[in-house]
Design a protein around this ligand. Sequence first.
Ligand SMILES: Nc1ncnc2c1ncn2[C@@H]1O[C@H](COP(=O)(O)OP(=O)(O)O)[C@@H](O)[C@H]1O
Ligand SMILES: [Mg+2]
Length: 241
Amino acid sequence: MYALEAHHLSKSFHTDTQTIEVLRDISLQIPEGAFHAVMGPSGAGKSTLLNLLSGLLPADAGTLTVAGQTLNGLSDQALTLLRRRSIGIIFQAFNLIPTLTVAENIALPALLDGKPLPKARLDQLLEGVGLTHRANQIAEKLSGGEAQRTAIARAFAMEPHIILADEPTGNLDSCSAKTFCETLTHLNQTLGTAILLISHDAQVSAAADTIHLLKDGAICGSFESQHDASVVATRYLELMA
Ligand SMILES: Nc1ncnc2c1ncn2[C@@H]1O[C@H](COP(=O)(O)OP(=O)(O)O)[C@@H](O)[C@H]1O
Ligand SMILES: [Mg+2]
């Protein structure tokens, strides 16, 4: 069973004068509970891929299945529900509501879904991301590392099938990035939620078990990270050559 399955996805953007082919024939399978990463240079199409996989952007061709539900042809309302309940997203820029507290930000997706987040679940998430002592802090007063760990907890709040993260450590210092990766790994292992992490950083991608390389809009190879940044960096350079 796969948390996410993509087959032959493609995407182009059109301007008045030209067509930019950004993704070509992308197929990816993320098993339930797996931790995968997509790496690639700037402009390779990573963010576009994440936008397709999260249902934010329609693909031109191909099929996408999340949590056993095929997204192709879903109504806007069904897509919104699937995205809210089955997909957790972590953005580079955190995207917290600055005037709400850590706890309120984490509980927001559940509130929007009409079912307040149970206190025990909130406490478990706060503890999981190491922010129990910051629960009542206003988000705008958090450090970058704390803000991104709040965003992790928010992404896990609805017990999604998969977490998608686009360059989530891009605004963090290396120490906070390391804590971020350790937190994500811990939650992947304890909660069993699948993760697809997008990063161009070998150190960060090494947190994932399996890495897919995106080059010029196509997957050019996949390999096991061995949780070793130097292995990842070496394989990356070989496959990109
Ligand atoms: N909405 C858009 N309209 C036109 N071109 C786009 C759009 N979004 C992305 N692109 C182009 O697609 C390519 C891949 O972009 P992106 O997915 O952001 O790459 P990455 O995240 O790997 O840096 C780039 O050349 C970018 O300019
Ligand atoms: Mg990007």
